[in-house]
Design a protein around this ligand. Structure first.
Ligand SMILES: C=CC1=C(C)c2cc3[nH]c(cc4nc(cc5[nH]c(cc1n2)c(C)c5CCC(=O)O)C(CCC(=O)O)=C4C)c(C)c3C=C
Ligand SMILES: [Fe+2]
Length: 411
């Protein structure tokens, strides 16, 4: 048996545990480029730390690209699920550090598939973050407590109610487990999801997924605010990743919230929102600005001059999006938006299948997304958008060295 083969046997591939960065020792690590930067002040060569009190990918400055995947668990075996989560954690720690999965993509035995699929070889870490969440169906599905987790379902992990105008496609909604991959390079994000899906074979299968580009929200107020597919600056008044008090108050779940295992975690709401681009493009500038209650050029609230000037709600139409979404119209609640634009070709009727893949993190969806979305029932923007996909997930706290995704839930 040659040295490479014995190493592979040691790793026990075909479903057994991974060794983080094992390939690094074999000299076949992913190349970390010497220069980088995306023009937005971010360093694609510096990895975002995987371990910590909170999962990365929430308060982290928003990366350029998204690959979001929802999985169904296809086994009833809790031990297999936990094993997979441990393997996923090891792979996630390696990939976010810019390293390949397990023994890597090349240099292994010719008789079996490599541990890593290889398309990220030579690419820098690209600020990859991987954020995991658990959907309501992991705790109970069709009245069945599949994994002995029913009693641990947090009260905050409610099924989202039906909202007026919803036209949700079940094939683009829900899922037992979700992984949000964000990176400054789409290939790095896609590589990460692909490898997790491959490792999970026999335990999970991809239920639906979404690619995103052109982040539509910023968590770094000093950076230039990105624009959405309607051409408006989006994310001006988002919660910033540096606002620790606001994060503690509105975004991170705490021990007193009822589910101890979620302390330090957050709840993710995802909505695939189709935007009727063609109708919007035939709408006058004045009407467009009234819809949001902001100027299209600099992004200033109506009646003000600069983007970050305070919003005077009384100066906005009662149906303006910003007026209805503003904390003062929602009992003071704040959510951290982290959405991306999408364009998935056209719909066969000559219209772009485009929109906003809305992602929001919050301490409790009942006082966060649900409260705001209910208030948006009279939003003038509703004429131009339709929600077609949906999901809510409990994202556990961050992983400590030696720990694994979901450890606080499963122990
Ligand atoms: C339920 C929550 C929200 C949904 C759904 C939503 C959809 C949505 N929003 C835009 C564009 C903009 N939103 C803006 C502000 C804004 N939106 C929400 C919430 C939801 N948006 C909040 C809480 C806020 C901040 C309100 C405030 O504090 O002032 C803005 C203005 C710029 C900004 O502050 O980000 C734009 C533009 C689209 C296109 C969309 C669905 C397709
Ligand atoms: Fe909004």
């Amino acid at each position: 048996m040659d040295a490479r083969m014995s190493r592979r046997r040691m790793l026990g591939f075909g479903g057994a545990s991974l060794v983080v960065g094992a390939a690094a020792g074999a000299g076949i690590d992913r190349v970390v480029a010497k220069s980088g930067g995306d023009g937005g002040g971010s360093d694609v060569t510096s990895p975002i730390p995987f371990h910590g009190a909170h999962q990365a990918g929430i308060a982290t400055p928003v990366q350029d690209r998204l690959h979001f995947a929802a999985f169904d668990v296809v086994t009833g075996d809790r031990a297999k699920l936990v094993r997979m989560l441990k393997d996923w954690t090891a792979a996630a720690a390696a990939m976010t550090a810019g390293k390949p999965v397990g023994a890597g993509a090349v240099g292994g035995p010719e008789v079996s598939p490599p541990d890593d699929t290889g398309e990220a070889l030579g690419l820098p870490p690209s600020r990859l973050t991987l954020t995991v969440g658990f959907g309501p169906t992991l705790f109970e599905k069709d009245g069945k407590d599949r994994f002995g987790l029913k009693a641990k379902r947090p009260a905050a992990l409610v099924d989202l109610p039906h909202f007026p105008g919803d036209n949700l496609d079940p094939a683009r909604s829900d899922g037992d487990i979700v992984v949000q991959a964000c990176a400054d390079d789409p290939q790095v994000a896609v590589h990460a999801i692909r490898n997790l899906a491959r490792i999970g074979f026999g335990v999970v299968s991809v239920r639906w997924s979404q690619l995103g580009f052109g982040k539509t929200s910023s968590t770094t107020p000093d950076a230039q605010t990105p624009r959405n597919m309607f051409g408006f600056k989006d994310g001006t008044r988002n919660v910033a990743g540096t606002e620790t008090d606001a994060l503690d108050k509105h975004i991170w779940a705490g021990r007193p919230d009822g589910a101890e295992w979620m302390a330090g975690g957050s709840y993710l709401v995802a909505r695939r929102i189709r935007m009727h681009i063609e109708t919007w493009d035939r709408t006058s500038l004045g009407e467009q600005e009234d819809v949001f209650g902001r100027d299209k050029n600099v992004g200033a609230p109506i009646g003000q001059r600069r983007e970050h000037d305070a919003v005077d709600l009384a100066k906005l139409k009662p149906t303006a999006h910003v007026r209805l979404a503003h904390p003062d119209s929602n009992g003071g609640t704040r959510i951290l938006r982290r959405g991306y634009s999408f364009t998935d070709g056209s719909d066969g009727l000559g219209r772009l299948d485009a929109g906003l893949f809305f992602i929001a993190f919050q301490r409790d969806p009942r006082t966060g997304f649900i409260r705001v979305q209910n208030n948006l029932a009279t939003d003038a923007m509703n004429e131009y958008v339709q929600h077609v996909g949906s999901g809510v997930y409990a994202c556990p706290p961050g992983v400590q060295e030696g720990g694994y995704w979901g450890e606080t839930l499963f122990t």
